[in-house]
Design a protein around this ligand. Structure first.
Ligand code: SF4
Length: 382
């Protein structure tokens, strides 16, 4: 297949659904976690769950960059933006993530802070060049997909001698999060999250390759199939996982061969290794402190490290009491389990981070009305 429409072909999707139904053994369940928000989005948007037999369950994972950003780091960014003369640049989704005291970057901007939405780290560099008399901070978030562009910006700033540019680094690592889920008591001890296999990330894997997942498959005996974000990619990956479960295999397979290799992108990985190093620990929303799960800027680029320049103190801030994002990100609960889903919390007025980005499980369920079919509808306010 060559064109995007071909990966959305309904007839082929129904054919894959029939193969899954045929091959899924009726006397067992298949509990499969899609790690990425992109897959969650595709499952909701194209109604893939409706095509699957009842014993194939999809569990949403934590792979949505804004969903896992802890409140304390957004508070830090808002405090930075409040410094006189400072310009804070960030990606659009980050603007709406709820912070402490009912604030968000968008609300802080409305109150007068100079916060600018950018499409890329290169935009932040340009803004720093245009305003040599002002400090410009790029609030960098995301998984391995967005890390290389941040590394490019830092290297470029160093080469240009752009002294007014720095990065507040919040880049996190996918393999550590998967390990954390597999080590969690819900999976290992109490079994509230039965996990038979993973659909592995698409874009992340174009950078890191399929090799890092081999450890999970071997150590935890869970199959992983790396899949693209189109509906046929997801259906094909589910079929491949069902086959692995039936055969008792736990291997890393690659459905997304049109973009992912075992080794990944060597140039991007070298660039990331040049600029960043592992943090000992980092707080994830929902998962808590996860060891060696995030990156920080190396000493040699300290001049462009906002954490060092502004002595940013990290602190842990609990979620809104009504919000179940933490449990949803761990696969323990579903969006519909949250009492404020679709009533107080909507994409226009997100209470938790999972309702902000289209990749968030709550936003995907709400936007495509998935709660209306198989699940009880939320009670509407008013
Ligand atoms: S519906 Fe809103 S408050 Fe509830 S878990 Fe989802 S994001 Fe959090």
């Amino acid at each position: 297949m060559k064109y995007i429409d071909e990966f959305r072909d309904g007839t082929l999707a129904r054919g894959l659904a029939a193969a899954i139904a045929r091959e899924a053994s009726a006397d067992r369940c298949y509990n499969l976690m899609e790690f990425c928000g992109g897959h969650t989005h595709a499952i909701s948007r194209y109604g893939l769950k409706d095509l699957l037999p009842a014993n194939v369950n999809m569990i949403h994972g934590p792979g949505c960059p804004v969903c896992v950003l802890p409140i304390g780091r957004i508070d830090n960014a808002i405090e930075l933006a409040a410094r006189p003369g400072l310009i804070l640049c960030t990606y659009a989704d980050t603007m709406r993530v709820p912070a402490s005291k009912g604030l968000s970057l968008l609300k802080a901007k409305a109150r007068g802070a100079d916060i600018r939405m950018v499409y890329s780290s290169a935009d932040a560099i340009r803004i720093a060049q245009e305003h040599p008399d002002r400090e410009v901070v790029f609030f960098a978030i995301g998984f391995e997909t967005t890390t290389p562009p941040t590394a490019v910006a830092i290297v470029q700033a160093a080469a240009l001698g752009l002294a007014n540019f720095s990065v507040f680094c919040n880049h996190v690592l996918t393999p550590s999060a998967i390990a954390n889920i597999l080590e969690s008591k819900e999976v290992r001890e109490i079994g509230t999250v039965p996990l038979d296999g993973f659909i592995g990330p698409a874009h992340v894997s174009t950078v890191i390759g399929s090799q890092p997942y081999e450890y999970f498959a071997e150590e935890y005996r869970r199959p992983v199939v790396i899949a693209g974000f189109e509906p046929l990619d997801v259906m094909q990956a589910i079929l491949m996982l069902v086959r692995q479960c039936n055969d008792g295999r736990a291997e890393v397979e690659n459905e997304f061969t049109r973009a992912v290799t075992r080794e990944g992108n060597a140039k991007a990985k070298a660039l990331v290794a040049e600029v960043f190093e592992l943090r000992r620990s980092f707080e994830w929303r929902g998962l808590g402190e996860v060891p060696y799960s995030a990156l920080r800027i190396k000493e040699r680029y300290r001049a462009h490290d906002a954490e060092a320049r502004y002595a940013i103190a990290c602190r842990s801030v609990p979620d809104n009491k009504a919000c179940e994002c933490g449990a949803i990100l761990r696969g323990v609960k579903k969006p519909i389990d949250c009492k404020v889903f679709g009533t107080v919390c909507t994409p226009e007025n997100p209470i938790g981070s999972c309702m902000v980005s289209s990749e968030g499980a709550c936003a995907a369920h709400y936007t495509y009305g998935r709660y209306r079919d198989a699940e009880p509808a939320p009670e509407r306010a008013g």
